[in-house]
Ligand binder design. Sequence first.
Ligand code: FES
Ligand SMILES: [Fe+2]
Length: 412
Amino acid sequence: MKHAEQLNILKELIHQIDTNTTCDAGKIVVNPTSSYTDKALAEREWQVMFQEQPQVIGLSSELPEPGTYITNNDLGAPILATRDKDGRFHAFVNACRHRGAQLTEETRGKAHRFTCPFHAWTYAPDGRLMGIRHGEMFGNVDKACHGLVELPSQEKYGLLVIHPQVDGQVDIDALLGEELAAELASWEFEKSELVGESVIDKALNWKLANDTFGENYHFSVLHSKTLLNLAHPDYAAYREYGRHHRICTASRYLDVMRTLPESEWNFAFASIAAYYLFPNVQLVFVGGMVVMVRIYPDRNDVARSVSRITHFAMPHIKAQLPAAERSVAVKGENVYSADMNERPEFDVSATIELLLSTVEHEDYLMSEKAQVAANGGKLDYFLFGRNEPALHHFHNNYRAALGQPPLQEYVA
Ligand code: FES
Ligand SMILES: [Fe+2]
């Protein structure tokens, strides 16, 4: 992100804190609860948003060297994504061309050749069929025509993007738009390092899971003993990039930072920037690390979803952080200390643990209750406030993609 933009955001957050104001969508809107329960709608969104649309499946740093791979089973056909010996990113259908066995069931790993566990045909990370065991017995097969089925893919700005359809197209620049592409590029994801991952599988529609990242109005209530120590509630610098958006929340360190000369202001520690990438990805930057959340619907149950969460250290961002000397993450206690005499380290693992347990045991737990309410069919709609513009934006884009009209304004 450009330095001037960082300063603008920090100043906006300070202004909001001082004036007790926040971002404003200009109206309250009505979201039908059927959006979280309608099976026919879920089938359409699966087609439109998860089958006919390019999908961000990870960060470049998840394939740190030739031979590394990741898999994805959330988009219909199982996917095997690799980095070949020349460093090129590929995505394939994870199915052997003999009789369809999956080449690997691991989430990630390293292999310079994939040996099918059924009859041991072998494939290179670039998809070539290399060997047919007992080929003289099996018979003559044109190997050149029986490599792994490749899916369209592109790697740019540190993002790994694929298209679930063989004849689909991926154009990351078109997908992000110029401004967001430049902004994401500036974070240099390719320099990040995977430090952990987790999965949250719960009884909530995937959009309810997404909604939880769309506002911080709930921080001082739901997260009063957890995230509230790390961040200010309510205040948010919000902007949209086409179908994507960004919400910047003020961290508690902002209170320390604002007493320093502007030349020492540090965006990465004073703000928690959360990007939403249409349709199902959240990228949350906090204290020199990034957490990616990919949220997928459960095709068999409209009221269930799975969140795949990967956490990355950002050593290049952390290296720019003189503020790190003045900040500390301590679970359950005030996270930031202004004590210049202490030189505590920002504790990445404690912060990740705090974030994940908050999402799982507070946000998603609450959203499960909302799902129960929606399932019950007695509430026709939920309300999205003026202070929740990201929810307006997410649902309106979702609806536009399905050919539905925008959310209706609520008038008291
Ligand atoms: S299914 Fe893979 S070798 Fe037979
Ligand atoms: Fe939350």
